[in-house]
Design a protein around this ligand. Sequence first.
Ligand SMILES: C[S@@+](CC[C@H](N)C(=O)[O-])C[C@H]1O[C@@H](n2cnc3c(N)ncnc32)[C@H](O)[C@@H]1O
Length: 255
Amino acid sequence: MPDPEISYFELQAYVGTTKHMGGLETTKELIELCHINKGSYVLDVGCGVGATACYLAKRFGCRVIGVDIQESMIARSEERAQKEGVENLVEFKVADAQNLPFENALFDAVLCESVVTFIEDKQRVVSECARVTKSGGYVGLNEELWLKTPPAQVVERVRHIWSIKPNILTLEGWVELLEGAGLSNIVARTYKFDARRESTQVKRYRFEDMWRMFYRTLFLYIKSPAFRRYMAADRYLPKDTFEYLGYAIFAGRKP
Ligand SMILES: C[S@@+](CC[C@H](N)C(=O)[O-])C[C@H]1O[C@@H](n2cnc3c(N)ncnc32)[C@H](O)[C@@H]1O
């Protein structure tokens, strides 16, 4: 059980689900933009509980490594790979996105879904992703952004609810990071929050994952005062938040 004061990511690892905006539908678009196929060797940076890494192995039969800074995420990812029967194709490691433990030019594609937003030194992460990508390969990101300049109250609430410590970027800010990492042919697609697309979050998980998420949340609520404090903390969002907060997928090619 996460202990004693629950962090956003510890809680997600414990219940066994992580997410990014746009769910599976957006993952599929990112995969397409990064030209991933059966022969690709893929790195998923900030893999969370391993949903995208296992999906890639199952759908394409390609080899994938997932890394995450949190050991509990890696433990969940390994369980998932076993349960989904892809442990021969997928490997997981604890690693910091800012210092990837891989040689230069190793992967055909490097994905990061809702990870760089949470890290202060974003340029370092995107440059690390580019460093470990082969020439002709792709770096693909799915990250939160401001669609237009938000009022201070929206900024404060969004950062509080999702535990985002660094500043959230604009579209131009993200593109500059990809350019700064030496990537070319940059494609960016921006999205507004859309309930239909978000509903594809659940397609990343199996029925038993959803069931576990439900009973673990309930168990925590009953057993853990820290979790009850977390849930009771002031968690509202201004109703126009999604006028300002959106997300985008980006793909850049390593020359
Ligand atoms: C919002 S979750 C997204 C997880 C996953 N990509 C998904 O789409 O389900 C962000 C993940 O990034 C991981 N993370 C945060 N900072 C990191 C860092 N410096 N290096 C590696 N992973 C990191 C967190 O532990 C968490 O699993």
